[in-house]
Structures are given as structure tokens and as C-alpha cells.
Write a protein that binds this ligand. Structure first.
Ligand SMILES: [Zn+2]
Length: 296
């Protein structure tokens, strides 16, 4: 037993010595952040509404690219080209929304790609509303979960990622405060939605969903609402039963255009919302802040 104990300090000394030697022998090894820059992770994000949040967490330790970056495609029906699949396969980390919103992306992941599924991290179940970026709590789940994942891949930058997560969470908390302030004035007012894209945000603000159930279920499942559901929807829009109409411009068809025309005549407040972050915003939190600001 004595012998075993005597080895411990000797081993510790050798270990400590080797660390010292590395630090003194290599200029950049003393600065963990510069080495992470040199070994920047290749991060691919499936849809642009998550890009800025991912960038905020990874900071200078990664290069972030995005597959669907515009509001001119229907993300629910997207199919990747071969070159997109090749880009995804090369990623060190692939960030996906999950819950079937972008299953094309996870399916294209390479063998060594770490797939970061936001819905799974946030405990969102299959069949739940997939438009998770309008849920600010999910952004915080993303930052916490991704921070942990990055620490495993680049343990030397542990402290840096922790700081990045804290900075990002502060930004989200500021918006959460704004949401609470809005809630004081708007709680109990009603909304209807052409598609459930911004429902998480509307509910966080205290608005009640007045979208006829049959219509909401049909559009959530990419189905056709029945004539009866459509008639009910027209009625809600034209009878001052609701104060806000969330209109998804990325999921537009003849039916939604009719609904929009109704809303324009009735004077209900129309909020045009999208799935992807619009091109006039580079930051999703700023974009959602502008949606919150427009609710009054
Ligand atoms: Zn949608």
C-alpha cells in the first residue's frame, strides 16, 4: 500500500510538468480562444431562424452556414439537392429544428456529424407545434444544450462557451421582459392564425387562440380545411371576435388570400409573419422583438 501512495505525488508532478511545458513551449496554447479559432468547427444549420442563436453560442470557435435562408420557399415541403446533402455530410455539427420540420436535414447527416436536435433538447414531442423559434424558452434550451455539446468537442474553450451562453441568455431575457410588459396590456385578447407559425409567441403574450379548431387542425397537418371550417374562419375574421390576425406569408394559397382580403375589410390588426428570418434582419431575437413591438 505504501508503495502505491508514493507513486501519486510523482505522477502528479510529471503531469503538472508536462502541462507547464506545453504552455511555455507553444505561444498559442496559452490562449484557448485563439486555438479554437484555428480549429473552427464547421456548423450547418438547417433553417436560418436558428442561425444567429447558434452563432451567438459558438462565437469565434465555429463557422456557421445555413441551408434554407430565404422566406421564398415553403420549408414544410423542402427537398435538398445533392450538393446540399454533400454540404450537410461534411458538417462537424448539424443543428436542426426537429419534430419533423426539417427531417430532410437529419437524414442527410454524415457518420461523424453531431446532430443537435433543438426539439429534443427542449422536450418537444412529435405532433407538437414545430414553429419553435417563436418560443423564447426554446432559445434558452438551445443555448444551454449547444454550450454543453461544444464543450465536449472543444473542452479547452469551456469558459468561453459559458460566457457566450450567458451573453445570449441576457439578450433573450430582455425580450422576455418585453413580452411580460405586453402581456399586461394584451392578456385575454384574441387572435386567429392562417397557420400556427407564431402561436407560441401569441400565447406567451397572453393572447387566446380563436382560430376555429377544424381549420387549425387541417392547416397544421397540411390538409384542406372543410367548407364548414372555412366559413367559421370567415366569420371570426369579420365579426370582431378577435383583435389580431397572424398571417403566414410563406404558406400562402387562394384560401389564405381570401382570408386576408376579409381581414383587410374588417379592420382586424394584421401581423404578417414568416417561417424563416426575413432578409432585413440578421438576428432572430431582433426580428422577434420587432414582431412583439408591432403588437399593440
Ligand atoms: Zn409552418
Amino acid at each position: 500500500m505504501k508503495r502505491v501512495y508514493s507513486f501519486v505525488p510523482l505522477f502528479t508532478l510529471i503531469f503538472a510538468g508536462s502541462v507547464l511545458f506545453t504552455s511555455c513551449g507553444n505561444k498559442s496554447a496559452t490562449d484557448a480562444s485563439s486555438s479554437c479559432e484555428e480549429r473552427a468547427l464547421n456548423i450547418v444549420v438547417s433553417v436560418n431562424q436558428w442561425k444567429s442563436s447558434v452563432e451567438d453560442v459558438v462565437g469565434k470557435c465555429g463557422k456557421v452556414s445555413v441551408i434554407i435562408s430565404g422566406t421564398d420557399v415553403d420549408p414544410h415541403d423542402y427537398e435538398p439537392s445533392l450538393s446540399v446533402v454533400a454540404t450537410i455530410k461534411k458538417a462537424d455539427v448539424l443543428v436542426v429544428n426537429g419534430v419533423d420540420y426539417d427531417s430532410w436535414a437529419s437524414k442527410s447527416a454524415g457518420e461523424s456529424t453531431h446532430v443537435f436536435d433543438i426539439a429534443k433538447k427542449a422536450d418537444v414531442k412529435e405532433g407538437d407545434n414545430p414553429h419553435l423559434w417563436y418560443n423564447l424558452q426554446v432559445h434558452k434550451k438551445l443555448s444551454a444544450g449547444l454550450g454543453e455539446e461544444l464543450k465536449i468537442l472543444r473542452p479547452e474553450s469551456d469558459k468561453y462557451f459559458k460566457e457566450q451562453v450567458e451573453k445570449f441568455d441576457k439578450k433573450v431575457d430582455q425580450l422576455l421582459q418585453k413580452v411580460e410588459d405586453k402581456k399586461k396590456h394584451l392578456s385575454g385578447k384574441k387572435f386567429v392564425a392562417s397557420e400556427s407559425v407564431a402561436n407560441y409567441l401569441a400565447k406567451a403574450i397572453g393572447l387566446e387562440d380563436a382560430t376555429p379548431e377544424g381549420y387549425a387542425n387541417a392547416t397544421a397537418n397540411e390538409g384542406e380545411p372543410s367548407a364548414n371550417d372555412v366559413a367559421k374562419m370567415h366569420e371570426v375574421l369579420t365579426s370582431s371576435q378577435a383583435q389580431f390576425f397572424f398571417y403566414n406569408t410563406q404558406e400562402e394559397n387562394n384560401l389564405t388570400k381570401d382570408l386576408l382580403a376579409d381581414a383587410q375589410k374588417s379592420g382586424i390588426k394584421i401581423l404578417k409573419v414568416t417561417e424563416q428570418c426575413p432578409s432585413n434582419f440578421s438576428d432572430t431575437i431582433n426580428w422577434i422583438t420587432s414582431v412583439v413591438n408591432s403588437l399593440d
